[in-house]
Design a protein around this ligand. Structure first.
Ligand code: AMP
Length: 234
């Protein structure tokens, strides 16, 4: 089973929702750099204070801060059993840094799931997004509302709109995505571990698409491993 994954895709493509569902289904750790940073901001930690102005402006937090944060989490959670990285890496230097971290921890990354969605759909989705500050569950006021308006189904907390989900900051985040994160597609396509998924469907349908793509990827890997074994026996 492939269980060391990266979820790549623009803001609003459903990374958080999908990573949450996959982590439960596959019993692996969900690591969202955005969620970790928002928690640091809420707790007014030194890291939170350093990150806040970039986040409010829809810009990226410095690579070295993010890399230290991710290495720390990968070392100190039960991530050895498997993990899904959501919102990281976001730049080529972060991806290179992740390779070094993986080397130090003696683990390998098995698949990069690239969720695709058009900018117009993204803008529509993000302007309707509300989320739970306690458990991070994401809702859409139109297409995926909570049972009681404004209240999280899971823990009853008051749902909030993210501060960076304003039209102006959404546009800035999309610009950053196209300029700094898109180049990662080539980085991972060259490594031969990228799976492209159309994210324009109901959340449960997208989860199905991802699981079946990971499954068939797994099978083709097993087949080529078996072939290698047979060949080495000859
Ligand atoms: P997200 O929840 O993934 O949309 O992230 C929200 C904000 O946190 C981003 O707009 C960035 O300011 C910051 N952030 C999250 N992940 C990263 C990352 N890997 N690198 C740099 N900044 C990040």
């Amino acid at each position: 089973m492939m269980n060391r994954l990266i979820l790549l895709g623009p803001p609003g493509s459903g990374k958080g929702t999908q990573a949450h569902a996959l982590a439960i289904e596959m019993r692996i750790v969900h690591l969202s750099t955005g969620d970790i940073l928002r928690e640091e901001v809420r707790n007014s930690t030194e890291l939170g204070l350093r990150a806040k102005s970039s986040m409010d402006a829809g810009k990226l937090v410095a690579d070295d801060i993010i890399l230290d944060m991710v290495e720390d989490r990968l070392r100190n959670s039960n991530a050895s059993e498997g993990f899904i990285l959501d919102g990281f890496p976001r730049t080529v230097p972060q991806a290179e840094g992740l390779d070094k971290i993986a080397g130090r921890l003696e683990i390998s990354l098995e698949a990069v799931v690239n969720l695709q969605l058009d900018d117009e759909i993204i803008i529509g989705r993000l302007s309707k997004r509300v989320s739970c500050p306690v458990c991070s569950k994401v809702y859409n006021e139109d297409t995926n509302p909570p049972v009681v308006p404004g209240v999280c189904d899971i823990d009853g907390a008051r749902l909030e709109k993210r501060e960076d989900d304003t039209p102006e900051v959404i546009r800035q985040r999309l610009k950053v995505y196209h300029e700094q994160t898109k180049p990662l597609e080539e980085f991972y396509a060259e490594k031969g571990i990228m799976i492209v998924i159309d994210g324009d469907a109901e959340p449960a349908e997208v989860t199905e698409r991802i699981l079946s793509a990971l499954d068939s990827n797994n099978e083709s890997e097993t087949t080529s491993d078996d072939r290698a074994k047979v060949e080495s026996r000859d």
